[in-house]
Design a protein around this ligand. Structure first.
Ligand code: SF4
Ligand code: SF4
Length: 296
């Protein structure tokens, strides 16, 4: 796995998720916290049982790739989240994990499937099961020595790989922290049970929410995503290991220089062409313009 450039990885034995994790997720859905992301509810059974994603899956390898900059934070012209400044992580992680999945299958005669965010796999749950980290007060996975500004990529496989153990409960990284992440959230989106209500979360509102924003919404200057709860976390201030983040996640000049004037005059097609390899491809020009003008 070292060759993939992942900063950490662990293996979990794959089965259905625990009843508690499943019922917590269903309660979160029942509370409406998924906002308009109906696909989360539609695929709840797959999220519970990874064998519906890959028949006979017995192991899941979860790998963490940090994206926060090693030095000073870059300053794009528009308020774009740090994760979205470089190349699209879906493509990068797939490219990097593919040789490992192929090698496993060649050696074990197994079948493997790479999941990067888009498949209904509970990557953070499996990361915790594998001992990669713990879920923080802000609902992000906290990995020792790496923090929480991470992309996660998983290899679901029918190969039987010796699993790692979860971290001991005493090792919780939030234990001695007075939760600056919760205070930093401008919209009080982090709930007492450490889940996030997407209806309030600026990451959801600026990226996923289509059409007019709900009455009374303030975006606090955000245009694409929000880093406030992650940047407030002390675990994201420790130095990253050498070679991290990977060069793939270095800010792209076209993303850094994008501004309101350019966006206003850019056609949908030109935007799609220019940002085809960037996480910004998830947005539409009209969504970004809506966000830009919203707090005026
Ligand atoms: S991403 Fe922003 S809005 Fe969402 S929970 Fe974190 S601080 Fe709050
Ligand atoms: S800021 Fe503190 S409470 Fe919040 S996730 Fe980080 S360590 Fe945990």
């Amino acid at each position: 796995m070292t060759s993939t450039g992942a900063a950490a990885w662990r293996v979990a034995r794959c089965g259905t998720v625990s009843d508690k994790a499943d019922s917590d997720f269903r309660s979160w859905l029942a509370d409406g916290c998924n906002a308009s992301m109906t696909w989360l509810a539609d695929k709840a059974d797959m999220r519970r049982d990874p064998s519906l994603l890959l028949s006979g899956a017995t192991s899941v390898i979860v790998a963490a790739f940090p994206y926060r900059p090693a030095g000073e934070s870059p300053r794009p012209r528009m308020a774009i989240s740090l994760y979205a400044l470089g190349r699209d992580y879906h493509a990068v992680l797939r490219e990097r994990l593919a040789p490992v999945a192929e090698a496993i299958d060649a050696a074990c005669g197994s079948q493997s499937r790479i999941c990067v965010d888009s498949a209904p796999l509970r990557e953070r749950y499996w990361a915790v099961e594998a001992g990669l980290g713990r879920i923080g007060r802000n609902n992000l996975l906290l990995v020792p020595e790496l923090g929480s500004m991470l992309f996660l990529g998983s290899i679901l496989t029918t190969a039987r790989i010796e699993p790692d153990s979860p971290l001991p409960p005493s090792a919780h990284p939030c234990a001695d922290c007075d939760a600056p992440c919760v205070r930093a959230c401008p919209t009080h989106a982090i709930r007492p049970d450490s889940t996030v209500d997407a209806r309030r979360c600026l990451a959801y509102l600026t990226i996923e929410h289509r059409g007019q924003l709900p009455e009374g919404t303030r975006l606090h200057g955000r245009v694409f995503g929000c880093d406030a709860c992650a940047l407030a976390c002390p675990h994201n201030r420790q130095p990253l290991p050498p070679g991290q983040p990977l060069p793939d996640f270095a800010p792209l000049p076209e993303t850094m220089s994008l501004d309101a004037d350019e966006l206003t005059t850019m056609s949908r097609r030109a935007f799609a062409r220019r940002f085809a390899h960037s996480p910004l491809s998830r947005a539409r020009t009209e969504t970004l313009l809506r966000n830009l003008r919203h707090d005026d």
